[in-house]
Ligand binder design. Structure first.
Ligand code: BGC
Length: 417
């Protein structure tokens, strides 16, 4: 957040916490606007409506949530904060620093045993100080590939197991006249891919040093040049119309067989499921070759703004409690493509991709290779993330070569801090 934004915000915060919601109603700001996302959102909506709570929808399209965060700032500045807001990692920390505007969810958290069952990697954001201020809905991760199985079978492509095999598979699909890599040219989508390019080039320690610790040496290193080289390789496999395309339209290209692969977070699975596709039969999910053993995660959390009306607070607390109920965690995450935010939810109801997602998360957490996604606000503050986005996208569009991009990354990160 820029200094000016911060000043304007603090001026508005005094009135913001009054909130807009009235009795037994929640107003929810979110960016779940694709088919799969809307289906998952409905699970939450219906759960609350079953409890007599009215849902006032405030959707702001745009994956990664940048547009939603801009809309949120405008609402808060106008003294009209929504009840609950979908938010990612470091944005939550930014809001926590804005003073006493967020609700205190401690009572609900104690009743639901959140301290024991929500992993520390998420609590860091939902309970940044002594109090719970947000309810994590899920855990997503970004280092996934989604593939059309019929296309792969038809072209005799088997699941690649390392980066070179992946490139060879993409080449084979391209040679056969398919769109090899379905991609939408939007900065957050390029950043999503970049999570994996960094991992595949330097492994988890390098990712930690560069994306999380923001070590200038790592940011400007040969390994970073190699990460940009990988982006350049991938750039060679997207179609001519990639610019500006929404991520779910890129998923649709894999779903309908126009394209072979997409690198995207597991919200893409929501699109496949929504189209009636079955994992293992119609589509494959696997970790980006060269990143296995590491999980770059992000968690959607509903951050709650303090309400003055006790009835509105009651509705808000009911929403927080509903989100963390184990039954809801299963019902929602099996549709969304994510995995539960609680560690005590069995994987029985999840499909094979979901089961793998849960197993990978547990293994990575134990191995110390569960790392926050840079692309999705879990590695570094928004100002740094946005500065990285700019360099990554400029390079993807040919403005810098890989060497220049690594140098620009060092400068951009320094300037943003
Ligand atoms: C969110 C997902 C969402 C995706 C695309 C990510 O930042 O965590 O829940 O589906 O953006 O909109």
């Amino acid at each position: 957040m820029r200094v000016l934004d911060r000043l304007m915000m603090s001026a508005a915060l005094a009135v913001a916490s009054a909130g807009a919601a009235s009795a037994a109603e929640v107003e929810v700001l979110h960016w779940w606007t694709s088919g799969g996302e809307a289906a998952a959102l409905n699970v939450l909506k219906q759960d609350l409506e079953g409890q007599g709570i009215t849902w006032r929808d405030m959707p702001v399209a745009g994956g990664g949530g940048e547009a939603a965060m801009t809309a949120l700032r405008a609402r808060v500045t106008a003294g009209d904060a929504p009840t609950a807001v979908q938010v990612l990692g470091f944005d939550l920390l930014d809001w926590t620093e804005q003073g006493d505007v967020l609700a205190n969810l401690d009572e609900v958290a104690t009743a639901g045993n959140w301290n024991a069952v929500i992993p520390a990697a998420l609590q860091r954001f939902s309970k940044p100080g002594d109090h719970w201020v947000a309810a994590p809905v899920n855990v997503h991760s970004t280092n996934w590939v989604w593939a059309n199985k019929a296309v792969l079978d038809e072209l005799g492509i088997s699941q690649p197991t390392n980066w070179d095999e992946f490139i060879a598979a993409l080449q084979k699909a391209k040679d056969a006249g398919k769109v090899a890599l379905a991609h939408g040219g939007q900065p957050w989508q390029e950043a999503t891919i970049f999570d994996s390019a960094v991992l595949a080039s330097g492994g988890p320690e390098f990712y930690q040093k560069s994306m999380i610790d923001l070590d200038p040496e790592a940011l400007g290193s040969e390994q970073m040049v190699a990460a940009f080289d990988k982006m350049e390789q991938l750039r060679g496999f997207v179609d001519d119309n990639f610019s500006g395309r929404d991520w779910n339209l890129a998923s649709a290209m894999v779903i309908n067989g126009e394209a072979a692969f997409q690198i995207m977070g597991d919200w893409a699975k929501g699109e496949f499921l929504n189209a009636g596709k079955v994992p293992g039969t119609d589509f494959l999910c696997f970790r980006v070759p060269g990143t296995e053993g590491t999980v770059t995660f992000n968690s959607d959390q509903f951050m709650m703004f303090r309400q003055d009306d006790p009835e509105a607070t009651k509705a808000q607390m009911a929403m927080a409690a509903a989100i963390e109920s184990p039954e809801f965690q299963v019902a929602f995450n099996t549709v969304k493509g994510s995995v539960p935010a609680r560690t005590d939810v069995p994987d029985t109801e999840f499909d094979d991709c979901g089961k793998k997602g849960m197993a990978d998360l547990k293994a990575a957490s134990e191995a110390g290779t569960l790392l926050g996604s840079m692309g999705h606000g879990h590695a570094n503050p928004a100002a740094v993330k946005n500065a990285m986005y700019d360099v990554i996208t400029a390079h993807f569009n040919g403005e810098y070569d890989s060497q220049q991009a690594a140098e620009e990354l060092v400068n951009a990160v320094e300037g943003a801090q």
